[in-house]
Design a protein around this ligand. Structure first.
Ligand code: G4P
Length: 296
């Protein structure tokens, strides 16, 4: 989709009304929790962050969790964790699909909740488990993380018409309960760069952006920062074409994406690149580095 010669990546699911509603729902649940878990995609920690999170969460302790770390560059993930720590935030990297890093997550969340719990007990309150909830934009892995953390402790309640579903808490640590419904935040889709980065990861629906433009940009980023991976995966020569269309054509040829007459089926080649990137078959790749050490 082009506007003034620029690629525009809209997210049709989010209108101002939807955002207001999402914010209201989150604010209702925030009243019930002591700690907020902000879930980000480790491959795009900036693009997957919600611009209003700090404003919504206010002074509630917040743990930054970089999910899908199995798909991200481990060196970059380390740099991101240090970056958040330098900003005074606690941060951990996890892989919600395989359940990696969850012990550290629970430990850090319990730690964040401790000062408030101690104050409460000092004031004469009965000790109780701290409560937390997960917030994040769509597709960042909120449900996967809740399922992983809850494990067998999770009880499923059927959605019965006319019956309001009670809030469910699942025990995830010796002194920590998790709200079993996450807060869904909207992405920063108004920024076209951010939109593109979200499109790389599949966070934005495939049908609403210009797939070719996204793939060409992805190839550009990969060629500049992860050229060896491209060479290995697609058996490309040492000298990679600088023109992304030429690069895509070469990949298509290597993978036998041909149409009648021996032409390269570029659409098929695009799908291959996107699928292999998103599934991690192109290796672990991070598309954004912390501000001081940009990858691109
Ligand atoms: P959401 O609730 O925030 O919208 O995200 P959800 O948990 O539904 O996860 C979105 C997709 O990301 C799912 O893949 C899920 O399996 C995948 N995912 C979540 N966490 C991780 C992770 O740490 N590593 C990797 N590699 N993937 C993760 P899907 O293809 O949409 O569904 P499915 O194939 O799992 O059924």
């Amino acid at each position: 989709m082009e506007r003034d010669g620029k690629l525009v990546v809209p997210n049709l699911q989010w209108f101002p009304g939807h955002m207001k509603k999402a914010q209201r729902l989150i604010e209702e649940n925030l009243k019930l929790v002591d700690v907020v878990i902000e879930l980000l995609d480790a491959r795009v920690p900036m693009a997957s962050a919600n611009p209003m999170l700090a404003e919504i969460v206010k002074d509630k302790p917040r743990l930054v969790v970089l999910n899908k770390s199995d798909l991200a560059d481990p060196v970059a993930t380390k740099a991101w964790v240090s970056h958040f720590q330098a900003l005074g935030l606690k941060a951990v990297a996890v892989d919600a699909q395989r359940g990696k890093g969850l012990k550290a997550l629970v430990r850090e969340a319990e730690e964040l909740a401790r000062p408030k719990a101690e104050k409460f007990v000092k004031a004469g309150g009965k000790p109780r488990a701290a409560r937390c909830m997960i917030l994040g934009i769509p597709n960042v892995g909120k449900s996967s993380l809740i399922n992983r953390l809850a494990g067998a402790a999770r009880t499923k309640t059927a959605d019965k018409p006319g019956v309001t579903r009670a809030k469910q808490w699942v025990k995830i640590g010796s002194s920590l309960d998790l709200l079993d419904t996450p807060g869904i935040l909207w992405p920063k889709f108004e920024d076209q760069e951010v939109g593109l980065r979200l499109a790389f990861t599949g966070a934005i629906n495939d049908t609403i952006y210009d797939r070719e433009a996204v793939v060409l940009l992805l190839l550009e980023v990969l060629r500049r920062s992860y050229a060896e991976r491209l060479r290995e995966r697609f058996k490309l020569p040492e000298e990679l074409p600088e023109d992304p269309i030429e690069l895509l054509t070469l990949i298509g040829r290597k993978r036998g994406c041909l149409v009648k007459g021996g032409e390269i089926d570029l659409e098929k080649a695009q799908n291959i690149v996107l699928q292999e990137f998103r599934s991690g078959r192109l290796g672990s790749v991070t598309l954004e580095m912390p501000p001081e050490g940009k990858k691109e």
